[in-house]
Design a protein. Structure first.
Length: 318
């Protein structure tokens, strides 16, 4: 593990949780933090829940979701939790194997769950939807960002979309394209067989929206989650529904692999630190033996070039 210390005085060692905990979503509530992630499977439920008083020391709480009866054998991915009117809503995707994933909603009266499934959220016409992320704009309007597949264009693959969230369980039904792949580093696989064809497949996923200085920054992960191409970049707009400017370079700008030390960092969330001033990016990366994707944290710095992680941290900071 590597030690780090921030200007806020928060000392930590990455990874901050030693077990597989992919797609980590962290949120503050009641003076502490909760985390939910794809994590290891549980016989009685899906998604591991954790709690922490300080963003550093994490305690397992058990599975966060009671599996819906029709998806007992399903694969559950990338949960996030949003607080509405005194209740807590979990947004997640589920499918059989790696196909047919769609977005669903679950509810709990307490942040740690367990959450009870409320049904399908994404439209039946959307064949594949993953990685839901709720963003509340400055005037209070809710939006749902997610990833879905597009076969048209020069770089077919998984792209980012946004739709207005009229109620916790109801989308407006007018999704807008946020971003599609524009760079070679975002290639998931060349010659991928999918949807009855063969494609040079690209992937953008794991959207996370942050309001900063009058702009919406949507951080996302691109590339192949299984290798060192995976990293975090961003697009930016003046409004959640866009249009978004995509100015990615030949490698991810916010987080990227440190060869031999931190492999494939990505699928992040963003939360405020205990000091109430320092923003942290929470993400996963493979351990050295590639046995799991472990949760890590680092400060998120806002530069003239956009959001950049002060990491991946490896050595102790003064």
């Amino acid at each position: 593990m590597s030690l780090g210390a921030t200007k806020s005085g928060l000392k930590y060692a990455n990874p901050v949780y030693p077990r597989n905990f992919a797609d980590p979503f962290v949120f503050r509530h009641g003076g502490g933090y909760f985390a939910v992630g794809t994590g290891d499977a549980h016989p009685s439920g899906a998604f591991q829940m954790l709690s922490s008083p300080n963003l550093v020391d994490w305690t397992p709480l058990g599975p966060g979701l009671h599996r819906p009866a029709e998806f007992v054998e399903g694969t559950f991915w990338a949960p996030e939790i949003s607080h509405f009117d005194g209740g807590f809503f979990m947004y997640y995707s589920v499918g059989i194997g790696d196909t047919g994933h769609h977005l669903r909603l679950a509810f709990s009266e307490v942040p740690e769950g367990p959450y009870e499934d409320c049904g399908r959220l994404s439209a039946e016409s959307i064949a594949f939807a993953i990685d839901p992320h709720v963003y509340v704009h400055v005037e209070g309007t809710h939006y749902l960002f997610y990833a879905s597949d597009v076969l048209e264009g020069d770089r077919p693959g998984t792209c980012l979309f946004v739709d207005q969230l009229l109620e916790p369980d109801r989308l407006a039904g007018h999704p807008v394209l946020v971003a599609h792949a524009t760079a070679d580093w975002q290639r998931f696989e060349a010659g991928r067989s999918i949807y009855g064809g063969v494609y040079d497949w690209h992937t953008l996923e794991g959207p996370c929206a942050v309001w900063r200085d009058g702009k919406v920054y949507v951080l996302y992960s691109g590339g192949n989650w299984q290798n060192d191409t995976y990293g975090v970049d961003f697009v930016v707009a003046e409004h959640p529904m866009g249009p978004y400017r995509n100015e990615t370079r030949d490698q991810p700008r916010t987080l990227r692999t440190v060869p031999g030390k931190v492999l494939g960092p990505g699928h992040n969330s963003v939360t405020m630190g205990p000091d109430g001033e320092t923003m942290y990016i929470v993400y996963h990366a493979w351990d050295a033996g590639r046995t799991g994707r472990l949760m890590r944290i680092d400060p998120l710095l806002w530069t003239e070039a956009g959001p950049v992680a002060d990491g991946p941290s490896i050595d102790r900071r003064d």
